[in-house]
Design a protein around this ligand. Structure first.
Ligand code: ZN
Ligand code: ZN
Length: 124
């Protein structure tokens, strides 16, 4: 099994995620004022790229139309929020290239790509 296939799967997962993020980000920015929910910093079109959408339950697939699972956070507060969450999750293993929860849309302990990699190794 060629590794390009794995690369493609990972790339597609990333692309899908980016598309999805753009979609709910636009919706969240229409619903909520452009203010960070933690440090209350205000944003304008000039620096709006630093305002990100956080999922309160950390499930990126949970995007209710009323926006109840979203919170607008600046990139710094968003980082803090996620490192707190990772520390809280018992034995959260570190993985290169981002959190497996982001890729899989599931709990951090489940990483389908890690399994795929070990399967590939066994073939060699
Ligand atoms: Zn902030
Ligand atoms: Zn978040």
């Amino acid at each position: 099994m060629p590794t390009e296939k794995l690369d493609r799967i990972v790339a597609e997962a990333r692309l899908n995620r980016e598309k999805r993020e753009q979609d709910y980000r636009e919706r969240a920015l229409k619903i909520y004022p452009w203010v960070c929910g933690r440090c209350t910093r205000e944003f304008t079109r000039a620096n709006l790229q630093q305002l990100t959408v956080h999922h309160r339950d950390h499930n990126h697939d949970n995007n209710p139309v009323d926006g109840s699972n979203w919170e607008l956070l600046c990139v710094y507060c968003h980082d803090n929020e996620h490192s707190r969450h990772l520390e809280a999750a018992a034995g959260g293993s570190s993985s290169p290239g981002g959190s497996p929860a982001d890729l899989a849309g599931g709990p951090a302990t489940h990483n389908p790509f890690a399994n795929l990699k070990s399967l590939l190794k066994r073939d060699n």
